[in-house]
Design a protein around this ligand. Structure first.
Ligand SMILES: Cc1cc2nc3c(=O)[nH]c(=O)nc-3n(C[C@H](O)[C@H](O)[C@H](O)COP(=O)(O)OP(=O)(O)OC[C@H]3O[C@@H](n4cnc5c(N)ncnc54)[C@H](O)[C@@H]3O)c2cc1C
Length: 146
């Protein structure tokens, strides 16, 4: 990707650096090729922020059994946030706290099961912890400090 000052960006385009001509090319492609609903999203997208939810926010390992649940919850609480039913702080705490905590849980479980010689009880404990209902999770401070 080449930004509006001609510098090549290997991974991401920082806010405000998109080349207007490149963006217009994407709009033209969207109008020509996408279904009308998606074309509308692309052509009406201006400068602003993108909210990441679900897998885009945090990709969990399968053994956390939490991925679809995360995507559904993130969508629902974002709707509540937009409607003013939950505060910005609560929305961030619930989405980012869960994302960080469960992502680490998945990595820890993987380390335990693949690289450590632990007693069976420890694996059963990991399995049981992964089945904690979302409303009973207690996020550690590192997961919810922003
Ligand atoms: C094989 C497999 C098995 C799984 N099993 C489980 C399971 O048992 N339990 C569980 O909880 N989770 C499971 N998951 C994970 C679960 O499917 C995902 O976590 C969940 O679907 C994420 O939802 P999402 O809405 O965040 O993303 P997605 O479901 O990936 O939705 C993203 C959507 O965006 C669309 N899209 C992408 N790019 C563009 C673009 N440029 N323009 C427009 N649209 C675009 C995609 O087509 C897609 O429809 C599994 C995943 C896989 C692949």
């Amino acid at each position: 990707m080449t930004d509006r000052e001609g510098r090549r960006r290997a991974i991401t385009m920082p806010p405000g650096m998109t080349d207007a001509r490149a963006w217009e090319k994407q709009r033209a492609l969207a109008r020509a090729r996408l279904p009308p609903q998606f074309a509308e999203i692309v052509t009406n997208t201006g400068v602003g922020k993108v909210v990441l939810i679900g897998d885009a926010l945090a990709g969990f390992r399968p053994h956390t059994v939490a991925s679809t649940s995360q995507a559904a919850f993130d969508a629902m609480i974002f709707a509540d946030y937009v409607e003013g039913k939950v505060s910005r702080e609560e929305w961030k705490r619930q989405t980012l706290g869960f994302a960080r905590y469960i992502q680490k849980r998945g990595v820890d479980m993987g380390e335990h099961s693949q690289h450590m010689d632990l007693p069976l009880e420890d694996h059963i404990h990991d399995r049981n912890v992964a089945s904690t209902p979302r409303q009973d999770e207690v996020y550690p401070e590192w997961a919810t400090s922003f």
